[in-house]
Design a protein around this ligand. Structure first.
Ligand code: TRP
Ligand code: MN
Length: 455
């Protein structure tokens, strides 16, 4: 890992300056011409998001950095090219809205909602290849790159998938904008976000109670003479998109200069994060993200040192801009109290107004005895508990959570109120990558987080 010091003169940033740096986790594109064609096509397509939206999200996250709001980042581990029906998107949005409204109501803080959606198509992998018996193929890297079928043709990186990813992101974002601005997210509809299979559970009933209280609060305000119809904020919500900025050809091709200010914006999503495996200081991903004005996240694993975080803050947030940088820790249960305090202290001493977010899932992944990648609901809640405890003890603001979930009734994570066991995992295990919370487990988690926020 080649370190760059903060005060070392850096060559000028350009949308392509990442190309002179080592880039981890990149596919072996077999056809350079295909890749060039895809990049040229993307460069000619309209932006998915615009500069003023990225700035508004930065302001919302600045509120979080000051301890005045909470951020909820949630969605699939990896989005699929095959599963993006309207129902699929709607059900995912329903769970996220349920979680957000639960947190808003029960903890009394505004919630900034960021989906892992409309662009979350690329995955870093532990090994660049996968071997089954005597056959070795390129690893599955997400539908933006190849297909998960264990077959030489399916696994061949195909650059036309970059363009397909853009079109699916555009269609997904369009529906999300319609839902969240067109009436579906109206607070008078809180009951409708409770899906059938959720409503019949304990968590579902607990949610119904909150929904009933919200109804009552709205009726109370109306009775007091407040014109609810005129209050826009009751009828719609801001829903932001985010994904891991992994395949830099895609990100570069969608990066545009704001004609008003000259700022560079990665228009593929509002929020972008750098993964634990690609956050090398001299690396391509940090270089790319340092030059765009989008709010940036960095995932930090259990071996992260204070010096690394300090150097990342210096490169990614040199102006100390509130809301610019979100540090997402994914440490693993049992280690948070050791790893997190020195990081918080170092960042605070250096004066970076970061947002701290807890990803309680990626540090708690293991393979069950029947060979399925899974996570225990109890471990997830426990990491959150430890993480909130550290922030409370240090006087820093526990700014948010980052989770992998689906609106479907899957059996991928163990435990929760339905007590999913290892033998149940096979029933409805549909993730292409990491195990996700199902809608009931997600809601359950929101209740726990609301309680941790309140206490
Ligand atoms: N506009 C407010 C917000 O986004 C209130 C709100 C409207 C809301 N619809 C919502 C909150 C759905 C959570 C979920 O916070
Ligand atoms: Mn994941």
């Amino acid at each position: 890992m080649s370190a760059i010091r903060a005060n070392e003169p850096r060559e000028q940033w350009r949308t392509s300056s990442w190309r002179t740096r080592p880039a981890e986790q990149q596919p072996n594109w077999p056809d350079a011409e295909d890749l060039k064609d895809a990049e040229a096509t993307l460069a000619g397509l309209p932006p998915l998001v615009i500069a003023s939206e990225a700035r508004r999200l930065t302001s919302a996250l600045a509120q979080v950095s000051r301890g005045e709001a909470f951020v909820l980042q949630a969605g699939d581990c990896a989005e699929s090219f095959r599963e993006f029906s309207a129902d699929c998107i709607r059900d995912k949005l329903k769970v996220i809205l349920q979680m957000a409204v639960t947190l808003t109501y029960a903890a009394g803080v505004p919630v900034v909602k960021v989906g892992r959606i409309a662009g979350q198509f690329a995955k870093p992998r532990t090994s660049p290849v996968e071997r089954i018996d005597a056959v070795e193929l390129e690893a599955f890297r997400g539908h933006m790159v190849n297909d998960e079928a264990f077959d030489p043709v399916a696994r061949r990186p195909d650059a036309s998938r970059l363009v397909a990813a853009y079109h699916q992101a555009a269609a997904t974002l369009n529906l999300l904008r319609a839902f969240t601005k067109g009436g579906f997210a109206d607070l008078s509809l809180v009951h409708r976000w409770n899906q059938q299979f959720v409503a019949s559970s304990n968590q579902g009933r607990r949610y119904e109670q909150i929904a009933g209280e919200i109804d009552r609060a709205l009726r109370f305000m109306a009775a007091c003479g407040i014109d609810l119809a005129a209050e826009e904020s009751l009828h719609e919500t801001d829903f932001w998109t985010g994904h891991e900025a992994l395949i830099l050809e895609y990100e570069e091709a969608l990066t545009r200069q704001d004609s008003l200010t000259g700022d560079w914006v990665d228009t593929s999503a509002h929020f972008l994060w750098i993964g634990e495996r690609t956050r090398q200081l001299g690396g391509a991903h940090v270089e790319f993200c340092s030059g765009v004005i989008n709010p940036i996240g960095v995932k930090l694993g259990p071996s992260t040192t204070p010096d690394e975080v300090l150097a990342l803050c210096a490169v990614l947030d040199p102006e100390r801009t509130p809301g610019r940088l979100t540090l997402i820790t994914r440490i693993g249960t049992g280690r948070v109290a050791d790893v997190l305090p020195p990081l918080i202290e170092t960042v605070r001493d250096a004066g970076h107004p970061v947002v701290w977010v807890c990803d309680p899932m990626h540090g708690n992944t293991f393979t069950s005895e029947n060979g399925r990648k899974t996570r225990r609901f109890g471990d997830i809640v426990e990491e959150l508990r430890e993480w909130f405890g550290v922030h409370r003890a240090m006087g820093s603001w526990p700014g948010g959570v980052h989770v992998e979930l689906t609106g479907d009734d899957v059996t991928e994570c163990l435990g929760g109120a339905e007590a999913i066991g290892e033998d149940d995992l096979g029933q409805r295990y549909t993730t292409m990558c990491d195990p996700r919370l199902n809608a009931r487990q997600s809601l359950d988690l929101a209740f726990d987080v609301a309680e941790l926020l309140r206490s």
